[in-house]
Design a binder for this molecule. Sequence first.
Ligand SMILES: Cc1cc2nc3c(=O)[nH]c(=O)nc-3n(C[C@H](O)[C@H](O)[C@H](O)COP(=O)(O)OP(=O)(O)OC[C@H]3O[C@@H](n4cnc5c(N)ncnc54)[C@H](O)[C@@H]3O)c2cc1C
Length: 317
Amino acid sequence: MTGKTPPVKSNHERFKPEKPGWEARGSEGPVKPAPFGYVRAASLDQVFDLLARYGEDARVLAGGQSLIPSLNLRLSAPAVLIDINGLEELAGIAVDDGGIRIGALTRQRALGDSREIGEIAPLLAMAMPYIAHPAVRNRGTIGGSIAYADPAAELPACAVALGATIELCGRDGPRTVEAAAFFRGLYETDLRPGEVVSAVSVPRSEPGWCSAIAELARRHGDYAIVGLAAHARVEGAALSDVRLAFFGVGGQPVRASAAAAVLEGRAIDQAAVAAAQDALEDDLQPSSDLQANAATKLHLARVLTARVLAQLAEEAR
Ligand SMILES: Cc1cc2nc3c(=O)[nH]c(=O)nc-3n(C[C@H](O)[C@H](O)[C@H](O)COP(=O)(O)OP(=O)(O)OC[C@H]3O[C@@H](n4cnc5c(N)ncnc54)[C@H](O)[C@@H]3O)c2cc1C
């Protein structure tokens, strides 16, 4: 190559903060993201006001571990980021007789460290080593994972397997949605314009219930090619209420109900594993993606079914 690369000029100078106190990020020199305004929200009301005012042009900022990379790659160029990290209402873990309520701002790392989560919803703790790396888990939040709804993410599938409830709030007040109904398609959820995820509630895992998770990824910490989160009652040797939630095989977590049905009332032995694997043909219609073709994904789903059932058997012992 000959000649000099022309200097990169930033267009960020054109960004003018709308209000005193607003900061224009990236206004000096060339930076990766397009210019955006930034507000550290002082209340949920302020969040709702900004979401109403900016609509699609606003993004809620939680841990930033998916949002900031997407800004840096210019896959997204919102006018304003609404930082919710200071909002007490969205933080904290609370236990009651029914289960555990995990505030949206709870860091992924805390899911692995919390004694209460380990006791009441151990599947969430088991999922942690599969999510990215410690630096990402230190910032990434459960609410961000749920709202972002990556089809290969662990926490949405865990929420479905555990029968969790997603708590949402907006100008019109709070509402709750079953996790199984919340994830509607590729990065698509039941979150309405102007709403935020406020918490995830998980029913208490009673004695006799066991959880397991496994996934296959190219490198440790990468998103899964295929993964499986499972939750079931194991009484004596027999399985019941089996919930198998696959991730990486569709636009959202996929409940394998045919495989679960053939396992109902059976002991976990070779014949039961083979029957569940065969039933996956009815449950899963994976699309090929950059990671693997559809046939490979179905094969990996069979492999994971055997591994997860072995884990459940081990847990039950
Ligand atoms: C290198 C790397 C590897 C990763 N690997 C994995 C992995 O293997 N598995 C995995 O699951 N994730 C992985 N992630 C993503 C990570 O888990 C993110 O933390 C998570 O997806 C988003 O959480 P966050 O709090 O960082 O959300 P943010 O990045 O702040 O936000 C993500 C999206 O959700 C919205 N949002 C956030 N919080 C709320 C809320 N409370 N209400 C409404 N909307 C909200 C934002 O507006 C934005 O659109 C990886 C990330 C990186 C950088």
